[in-house]
Design a binder for this molecule. Structure first.
Ligand code: DX5
Ligand code: ZN
Length: 211
């Protein structure tokens, strides 16, 4: 199983140090949350930070999570900034299929995310276009929230629907629920508070990699 530490939990004045620590611990990806203060009630990072991270850590795949109402304006911007995975939300007003196709056409993995209230069935038509489905296990917008165990059923539902791409969970993921998530088919664990705040990130990542 892969791990994607979320820099939402990093010390913004020591971003390079915190990311370096994750790299030294053996991280697979780095999760970068982009919030527009409209799709979610918070603002976070920018294309400039994404590009700076890619320049400083060129071998580290950036897993960019667009919590935005209008991601169409930013798909090329984040592909140019160095995203390896670019995830949009199913709840946006735009044309999800076209956007997923645009991401793939850039040679970037296309991710599709669902908020807790959005059933797996809603995204069935788009599954063939998604390299990854990101199941939100909290309401998106803030780190440090409690994991919603009801979302384990959504992971099961996606597999029962025949989805064979990557499954990622985001929100409240920790060493306490990681084995349960794996048992429900998870491939990539986004971990903010639990990994950035860990005193033993290498041991934690080694454990996750063995799952
Ligand atoms: C929440 C973000 C998450 C956040 C997770 O809206 O999408 O990526 O960083 O943080 P933790 O792991 O602390 O719940
Ligand atoms: Zn996220």
């Amino acid at each position: 199983m892969k791990v994607a530490p979320s820099i939402l939990a990093a010390d913004v004045l020591n971003m390079e140090r915190d990311v370096q620590r994750m790299v030294e611990a053996g991280t697979d990806w780095l999760h970068v949350d982009i919030m527009d203060a409209h799709f979610v009630p918070n603002l976070s990072f920018s294309p400039a930070l994404t590009a700076a991270l890619h320049k400083r850590f060129p071998a580290l795949p950036l897993d960019v999570h667009l919590m935005m109402d209008n991601p169409e304006k930013y798909i090329d911007v984040f592909c140019d900034a160095g995203a390896s995975v670019l995830t949009i939300h199913a709840e946006i007003p735009g044309d999800v299929a076209t956007l997923l196709e645009r991401i793939r056409a850039r040679g970037v993995l296309a991710g599709l995310s669902v908020k807790p209230g959005t059933p797996a069935e809603t995204i069935r038509p788009w599954l063939p276009l998604a390299d990854m489905v990101l199941v939100m296990t909290v309401e998106p917008g803030f780190g440090g929230q409690k994991f919603n165990a009801d979302m384990l059923g959504k992971l099961d539902a996606l597999r029962h629907m025949g989805y064979t791409g990557l499954l990622e969970a985001d929100g409240g993921v920790s060493m306490k629920n990681i084995e349960t998530l794996r048992a429900h088919g998870l491939d990539v664990a986004v971990m903010g508070t639990a990994m950035l705040g860990s005193a033993t990130p290498k041991e934690d990542m080694d454990f996750i990699h063995r799952l």
